[in-house]
Design a protein around this ligand. Structure first.
Ligand code: NAP
Length: 504
């Protein structure tokens, strides 16, 4: 039995329907490895939009027939462990309690939208909406004065889309931190491109498991200063032209660890970007001093994001220098007393990522301990798959897995395989209970913390660290060692008979 909160398939692509929503891993890897799926399906673009992603998942269902087992519009409210019977009871909204020996929580990374507690939000006379809660039927923004708070990946995409259309009367962007976006190099596929994508599928699928980020490319095997300045610049230029996330994770392998390497990349990015915007916006959009080391907040992909700000109907408000004071009926007031008049306020303010969706569920393990309480002082999930005190509960694409440093389909496949193997092992050995041990959980958490300490990630208040949510424990919430290292750990786990778990 599968429980799904949405009315249909798609997960994050079901919810995120804002104008411009689009994937930032290319179609080469953002799909499943079963080549039958491409027999009668074509991606139209290198970076498909949300409509095409929903069509793809619908197509996947045609092959696997999952719908028959899915309860849609059934968010899970609670799950209780019964030690004596070794059973979970899962309660979904409006449903009858369902018993299961094992529960896999595949609740996603970006499910719970985050809206900052800005004073007066309820007073706004216009329409307020979060990018992740865009209505299915869309919204007519023609002639409207639209404001957008947030310039992460979601903000960038909605700003770019609305800035393209001359339909909105005005677009006001409230930016706290500039987005160090990279050129997407979008491509509409020709018939030849579609055929080539199919032909190369096995190669790309294999590459996902050999690259840090589950991509069709990987870091170079040298550091930024192992080469001459000329060679480094030539490499930057090549990666820039090739596009996508390559300038981030197909570059020199020290970019996320060495502040000098990060700065060199930033300087290249800044000079490229400044050429596209009017000089009076340079310090806001591509400042002299980087807002944080390049790459430690996930870079977004853009097509003509920076040009949007050169347009007359677009205004950029620096809410770091002049913070948002409150929302008033007419719009948004900043600390200088200026009221920015709006009809629509878009909150592109992100998610309570990684743990938000799990914390929405009242998960009670041994002795009725709540997972949310256990994790309030810090997440500990052995291999990102299980946590002590919660037997037979398994996480997929969850905290402390590679999730956000990888991509959805890749992560789902590699962890899905690991969970299937584990369940096979239990069945084959006549076992019915598995629980990670506290030392194993702690060792995994320490390993991630150790990796964080030698990287530059701690130098930004990102959602990778839970730092975008007030009061959330600051902790790197995904395994940053890369897909190959993670797969190696899963292999060792299996080879050694699931060391770190108590099985009975
Ligand atoms: P996000 O990266 O967390 O960005 C949220 C934005 O809201 C940031 O610019 C943040 O500013 C701003 N913000 C938050 N609170 C604010 C406040 N009180 N006042 C002013 N600004 C505020 O969220 P996101 O853009 O939804 O992206 C999250 C992740 O989802 C991405 O990194 C990506 O992994 C995924 N995503 C992917 C795609 C894609 O595939 N193309 C598209 C969308 C999202 P600060 O930076 O200063 O905190």
């Amino acid at each position: 039995m599968l429980f799904e909160a949405g009315k249909d398939l798609g997960g994050t692509w079901y919810w995120n329907r804002y104008p411009g929503a689009r994937v930032d891993s290319s179609a080469a890897v953002y799909q499943f490895s079963d080549d039958r799926l491409l027999d009668d399906f074509d991606f139209d673009e290198l970076f498909p939009d949300d409509n095409q992603m929903r069509a793809y998942f619908d197509h996947v269902d045609k092959l696997y027939g999952l719908r028959a087992d899915i309860e849609f519009e059934s968010p899970v409210l609670g799950a209780d462990w019964d030690e004596e019977r070794r059973m979970w009871t899962v309660l979904s909204k409006g449903g009858i309690p369902t018993e299961a020996r094992y529960v896999v929580f595949a609740t996603g990374s970006s499910y719970k939208p985050y809206t900052p507690a800005i004073a007066g939000l309820k007073d706004f006379a216009g329409l307020t909406l979060h990018t992740a809660e865009w209505p299915e039927e869309g919204i007519d923004l023609a002639g409207k004065r639209v404001g957008v708070i947030g310039t992460g990946a979601s903000g960038l995409q909605v700003i770019q889309e609305l800035g393209n259309e001359a339909t909105v009367a005005s677009l006001t962007v409230f930016q706290r931190t500039p987005c160090l976006a990279l050129p997407m190099r979008q491509k509409k596929f020709t018939d030849d491109d579609k055929a080539a994508l199919k032909e190369r599928l096995p190669e790309h699928m294999a590459m996902r498991y050999h690259s840090f980020g589950g991509m069709e490319f990987d870091f170079l095997d040298k550091g930024s200063f192992d080469v001459s300045d000329e060679e480094r610049l030539a490499t930057y230029e090549r990666l820039w032209q090739e596009g996508g996330l390559r300038f981030w994770i197909a570059t020199y392998n020290d970019i996320l660890f060495d502040s000098r390497a990060s700065l060199r990349a930033y300087e290249f990015w800044r000079e490229k970007t400044r050429k596209r915007i009017k000089p009076e916006l340079w310090e806001l959009l591509a400042p002299t001093i980087p807002p944080h080391p390049f790459g430690v907040k996930r870079p977004s992909l853009e097509q003509n994001y920076f040009e949007v700000f050169n347009k007359g109907f677009v205004r950029l408000i620096d809410v770091k220098a002049t913070p948002i004071d409150r929302v008033v009926p007419e719009g948004l007031r900043t600390a200088d007393g200026v009221v920015h008049e709006l009809d629509v306020l878009v909150m592109a303010t992100g998610f309570d990522a990684n743990t938000g969706a799990l914390n929405e569920i009242d998960i009670r393990g041994v002795d009725s301990t709540a997972l949310g309480d256990k994790w309030a002082s810090g997440v500990d999930a052995y291999l990102g798959i299980a946590s002590a005190g919660f037997p037979n509960a398994l996480f997929s694409y969850g905290p402390q897995s590679p999730a956000a440093f990888c991509n959805g389909p890749t992560s789902a496949e590699l962890q899905g395989d690991a969970i299937a193997d584990l369940l096979d092992y239990l069945r084959a050995n006549g076992k019915s209970r598995i629980e990670s041990t506290t030392p194993a959980d702690n060792a995994w958490t320490d390993e991630i913390a150790q990796m964080l300490s030698v990287s530059l990630f701690d130098q930004a208040d990102s959602w990778y660290l839970g730092a975008n949510i007030p009061g959330k424990k600051r902790q790197l919430l995904n395994f940053p060692g890369g897909v190959p290292a993670y797969l190696e750990r899963l292999k060792t786990l299996k080879d050694k008979g699931y060391e770190g778990f108590e099985i009975s």
